[in-house]
Ligand binder design. Sequence first.
Ligand code: ZN
Length: 460
Amino acid sequence: MHTSDACSEEGIYTLVPYQQARCSKWGIQKHNSKHVLRRKQPPKESVKMSLLRNKNKEREVATADHRAIGRQLDLYSINEEVGSGLVLWHPKGTIIRKVIRDFWEEEHLKNGYQLVCTPHIAREELWRTSGHLDYYEQNMYLFEKEGEKYVVKPMNCPFHIQIYKARPRSYRDLPIRYAEWGTVYRYERSGTLQGLLRVRGFTQDDAHIFCAPQDVLPELVRLLDFNQHMLKKFGFKEYRTYLSTKDPQHSEKYMGTEEQWVNAQSILANALKERNVVYKEIPGEAAFYGPKIDINIVDASQREWQCTTIQFDFNLPRRFKIVYIGPDGNEHEVVMIHRVLLGAVERFFAILIEHCNGNLPVWLAPVQVTILPVSTNYLHYAETIRESLLAHQIRCEVDDSTSTISYKIRQAEILKIPYMLILGKQETKLNKISVRKHKVGNLGLLTIQETVSKIKNESC
Ligand SMILES: [Zn+2]
């Protein structure tokens, strides 16, 4: 039964400490409860100083939490009236999602994937064939209409399989790669929900690759390169890789033949070796339906998070009879690989904003530029600048309040807006702007063209 990993839980939870980062049941890995601040006893420190120090430390921890950053930057909210674990994306959070999704879709198209779009619900029968109803029902939302039972999708795989099966496939059509920014719903006990890290409705950057056995190795190598390229773009530089294999003592627990397992495990290992990836093999950690590679990212605080999973599946191809016509004219069972690169978008988003403490790079910042006229006398010039920036698709806004310029700058710094364009008498006269960068300071007087090129270069 396909329940864990590439198409299930991996996307949604904190998988923190290195030594605890593996846990068996359903691949769920619990939040690291051991991540606590260990305070050394300060030598002869006044009570007041000690309190202040601890308070600062708490503040630091609180601001690095994605829930605090999300509130401060007005990115998303979750409320009880809508329901626990269901995320409302505010305009600024939605823009960030859109930028990530546009980038993701363009890169997938460049890499030979085909985008697909599938429904949020499907008849119970589909989930009976896939096996989810037998093994995963406690996590599924079910309802009935006119005597027919439906399931709100907990995974995208059965839909992609149906698209594959919509017509006969020849070996010449393979590999087929279907990618979808697919939103799924899974029931989680309310006590386990946590900000964006563990939710009930989330979007996976999902894809399924259908290939013939001889395509698998080059496909995996290509996938490792692609994944590296994607994660690097978000500023993650350190990864830890795991190869989850079956428990050799308990072969009876696994689907598929011994030959299939030996082949799949050695192909996964060979792909990692071909790219000189250092990895740790973990026997007994494979799902019962196939071995997998997990690539965990290490964030700025040295915490480890599982994001990428590349998972073999010996179960669904058999259940759904997914085949292709080989050169011999006969039907052959297809090799199916599930993969997510970012995991669950909500969870990735939380990791990302904690990693950069809300200081998003220019290409992701919801507002890239704020235009700060020193007084309302310069609103007209500010508006001209805004129009020029919008024409270059730079996300910007004008602070037209009557606050002082130092207050406006402070506000922009709090909102972590990458660029501040300050304009007053001198700037208007010279037809230039004073450019200030978040966390850097003044960059001097620039023309609008120079400013645009600077921001565009940084947005790539
Ligand atoms: Zn899947």
